[in-house]
Ligand binder design. Structure first.
Ligand code: ZN
Length: 256
């Protein structure tokens, strides 16, 4: 009888296209509490009061109390699980990652193909004139940062919005396109650190299954919204490196 880990590794080796869907659980081991857990962001900032486009348009200075905390996520460091996923991609075992996280830790770990399903605070836009900014540009602009673009000889001056997806906003077109490309022909999806209760991202594993693919779950606790083919319970930072080591060892035995 193969162990669950062996089974997951066998499928990973056999799969011609594997993708990953990640959520808050991969970042908790980098010191970022799940927004919905006790002490998390949503216990301090009611998302319906702060995290909507309507709230931003009504009172951008107030909503920047939340945005300022999102910018601080960019100081977090990737953990061994993030690095293992980047290694798996480099070894040809992973086509890409769809992440619900906005902390940029997959990219910081070296992952190349990352679809940021809920956007990113690393770039910002002016909703008044459309000018884009990098988070590094706004360090000198203060909080809340205001648009410095000149419109008809006058400075625009509107308060900038980070490119994170708020509760009343749709998934960015670019993320939808990237997700469709990754899902197309995927034979295996690794579902990591997510309870699959947030839609539409939570429905992506079922789309892989509907086209004949398999689901491997890696979570601290079983995801309520998911019925995986194999479930590996434990820490992402420990399990993911084991899976990738298993993949590399097994694949050496196969002609490439
Ligand atoms: Zn502007």
């Amino acid at each position: 009888m193969p162990t669950e880990l062996d089974q997951a590794v066998s499928w990973l080796v056999a799969s011609s296209k594997t993708i990953a869907l990640t959520g808050a659980g991969v970042s908790t081991e980098s010191g970022i509490p799940d927004f919905r857990s006790p002490g998390g962001l949503w216990t301090r900032f009611n998302p319906m009061e702060y995290a909507t486009l309507g709230a931003f348009r009504r009172d951008p200075e107030k909503v920047w109390k939340l945005f300022a905390e999102l910018q601080s996520l960019l100081d977090a460091r990737p953990n061994p699980g993030h690095r293992a996923l980047a290694e798996l991609e480099a070894a040809g075992g992973l086509a890409g990652i769809i992440t619900q996280n906005i902390d940029g830790l997959h990219q910081a770990a070296g992952s190349k193909r990352v679809v940021e399903y809920h956007g990113s605070p690393r770039t910002l836009h002016c909703l008044a004139c459309g000018t884009g900014y990098a988070a590094s540009d706004i360090e000198t602009l203060g909080v809340p940062p205001r648009c410095t673009h000149q419109v008809g000889g006058q400075v625009c001056g509107a308060i900038l919005k980070p490119d994170v997806v708020l509760y009343d906003e749709g998934i960015p077109l670019e993320a939808m396109r990237g997700t469709a490309e990754l899902l197309n022909g995927a034979e295996l999806i690794l579902v990591i650190g997510t309870s699959c209760e947030t839609y539409p991202a939570g429905a992506l594993p079922q789309q892989v299954r509907a086209s004949g693919g398999r689901i491997v779950e890696i979570n601290m606790e079983p995801a309520r919204g998911l019925s995986p083919d194999v479930r590996l319970l434990g820490k992402f930072s420990e399990i993911m490196p084991e899976v990738v080591a298993g993949f590399k060892a097994r694949r050496q035995g196969f002609p490439s």
